[in-house]
Design a protein around this ligand. Structure first.
Ligand code: NDP
Length: 337
């Protein structure tokens, strides 16, 4: 079988591609430039991986070409979407590429993907839950929950813009499916903050992708730096990638939203883990106020993703392992190569 993965060079997508290749699938990934495609192909070293150039998923008809030339594709995994907070043009840089990219992908599958049976969308926990709800102890979030953020609120700042981009893109996908009688099904993979090592050390140099950088930031602190105040629910990148395979291989995940989330973290909690598991780093890092992981679940909502866990049937990787392996990789990648 042949699987298409949009945004194949992305942090999560690289693992998705690796796991697909390991299971014997042919993989066609979209990348934004030849240079990025060659770099990834060089790391994967697998003849079953091919890339196509799609520089902008938001451009009309972005996916038409690849589906016309590759009728053998049976599964479409749409991971590409802007994930950064470095823009003032929120609608243009965050919201519209996410929404139009998703609509372009679905329309291309409907029009040209005659053999496609499953469509997997990488959505997000932020599509289920607002920042405020996540920090409310009287709220329970499950696979049926929706972030109530409005279009106007999304435009207030880039942080809200990312939340809105994921919520409105996922909503557009379900709306598309509702309007038509389609020969393929949709499954959404909704991870909370994704942490863990890059698939290849090459990508671990310098500043990494938005979510994984939150762990690297702790490593970059000095003994007397203040501790960042970031907190939230999180999940290991490898568990997120595995869920993308379950999202099309498993009959029971059809038309489902899967919340992929495990432990909660705080920046202090990550620091505590690093100090515990990598004692050589203690002398170069601050101490802060140890006990961060106890704080992590204070005044937060309950995430009930028992339905997802039952559907997936595998255990999630503990945060201690996720953090330790990220830091080990960051040190290795930035020191020796
Ligand atoms: P990355 O930034 O590593 O991956 C995003 C990918 O999308 C990159 O390959 C990027 O290409 C591509 N992309 C972005 N905008 C466009 C565009 N306009 N046209 C074409 N390609 C584009 O982040 P992640 O791997 O973390 O994110 C992957 C998906 O997972 C996203 O949909 C994200 O919203 C979702 N997600 C991520 C979470 C996390 O914590 N990491 C949590 C929940 C959901 P390039 O790098 O070349 O610009």
């Amino acid at each position: 079988d042949t699987v298409f993965v949009s945004g194949a060079t992305g942090y999560i997508a690289q693992y998705v591609v690796i796991y697909l290749l390991e299971k014997g699938y042919e993989v066609i990934g979209s990348v934004r430039s030849k240079e990025k495609g060659e770099r990834l192909a060089g790391q994967l070293e697998n003849k079953s991986f091919k890339y196509v150039l799609i520089p902008d998923i938001g451009a009309k008809g972005a996916f038409d070409g690849v589906l016309t030339t590759h009728p053998e594709i049976t599964t479409f995994i749409h991971t590409a979407s802007p994930f950064h907070y470095s823009t003032n043009e929120i609608e243009k840089d965050l919201m519209l590429p996410a929404i139009h990219g998703t609509q372009n992908a679905l329309l291309a599958v409907k029009t040209f993907g005659s053999n496609i049976k499953r469509f997997v969308l990488t959505s997000s926990y932020v599509s289920n839950c607002s920042f405020l709800d996540d920090n409310s102890s009287n709220v329970t979030v499950d696979e049926t929950s929706w972030n109530q953020i409005t279009w106007e609120e999304s435009l207030e700042n880039a942080f809200n813009g990312y939340y809105g981009s994921k919520k409105f893109a996922e909503q557009a996908a379900w709306d598309f499916m509702k309007k038509e009688d389609l020969p393929f099904s949709l499954t959404c993979v909704n991870p909370s903050l994704v942490l863990g090592p890059q698939a290849f050390d090459l990508y671990a140099k310098g500043t990494v992708n938005t979510s994984a950088e939150m762990v690297n930031e702790i490593l970059k602190l000095n003994v007397d730096s203040p501790i960042p105040k970031i907190k939230g629910p999180c999940i290991d990148v490898r568990d997120v990638a595995k869920a993308h395979l379950a999202a099309f291989e498993n009959e029971n995940t059809k038309n489902q939203r899967l919340i992929i989330s495990y432990e909660r973290f705080t920046s202090q909690g990550i620091l505590d883990i690093i100090r515990e598991t990598l004692p050589d780093l203690r002398s170069s890092l601050p101490i802060g106020t140890p006990g961060g992981q106890i704080e992590a679940s204070r005044n937060t909502c309950i995430i009930d993703n028992s339905r997802t866990k039952t559907l997936l049937g595998y255990n999630f990787i503990p945060l201690k392992k996720t953090v330790t392996e990220s830091i080990e990789q960051a040190i290795r990648a930035n020191t020796y190569t």
